[in-house]
Design a protein around this ligand. Structure first.
Ligand SMILES: CC(C)(COP(=O)(O)OP(=O)(O)OC[C@H]1O[C@@H](n2cnc3c(N)ncnc32)[C@H](O)[C@@H]1OP(=O)(O)O)[C@@H](O)C(=O)NCCC(=O)NCCS
Length: 158
């Protein structure tokens, strides 16, 4: 039921929700800079609610490039297992894409994903992301340690 899904911003007051969700999704502990970057990205980081329960999150970092252009880096994106395949991940990703297209200084959205994360790779490819690079030994404490870089160009729609 698509109407039951909505997104809310990440703020000091609810950042604990993002912290709790990350312990479910990822074997990595994120540092204070991660959370500061997520809050600083303003509308680019969101919590997803399903019938008033917080079930997913997307956390982005805005990266300045040369000439005033910016990239959006997706630090994390996840949906709790029982709520997957309901379009919640897509809703969060589309939100970030739509927001990027409304600005005229964002060149691309990119992220790293572990090479064995087939679910996530299928998910991002469905939304038009392409594998543009492979980095060996990107992760320190997980196996396989390699990641793909997935990227999607942004074309401003004003
Ligand atoms: C990747 C993830 C965020 C997808 O979230 P989701 O809410 O289930 O995704 P959606 O329901 O929007 O899926 C959209 C499409 O992506 C593809 N997809 C999503 N999960 C898939 C899977 N497990 N296998 C194959 N295709 C998949 C499908 O094409 C799907 O469309 P469909 O359901 O109509 O077939 C979720 O699986 C997750 O949280 N994984 C663990 C955390 C993670 O690995 N995050 C990515 C690294 S940052």
């Amino acid at each position: 039921m698509a109407e039951a899904i909505y997104l809310d911003g990440v703020r000091d007051k609810n950042v604990m929700q993002l912290k709790k969700l990350n312990t479910f999704f990822f074997p990595v502990r994120y540092n204070d800079k991660y959370y500061a970057d997520a809050i600083a990205s303003a509308d680019f980081s969101k919590l997803a609610y399903f019938s008033d329960v917080c079930v997913g999150s997307i956390a982005c970092r805005l990266e300045k490039k040369e000439g005033g252009v910016m990239s959006i880096y997706i630090m994390t994106l996840g949906v709790l297992a029982p709520y997957r395949r309901l379009g919640i991940g897509t809703k969060m990703l589309k939100h970030v894409l739509n927001l990027s297209e409304k600005q005229n200084n964002i060149s691309d959205i990119y992220l790293h994903v572990q090479t064995n994360n087939e679910d996530a790779i299928a998910f991002y490819k469905k939304s038009g992301f392409e594998i543009v690079d492979t980095i060996q030994n990107y992760y320190e404490n997980i196996s396989p340690p390699d990641c793909y870089v997935l990227r999607k160009e942004v074309h401003a729609k004003k």
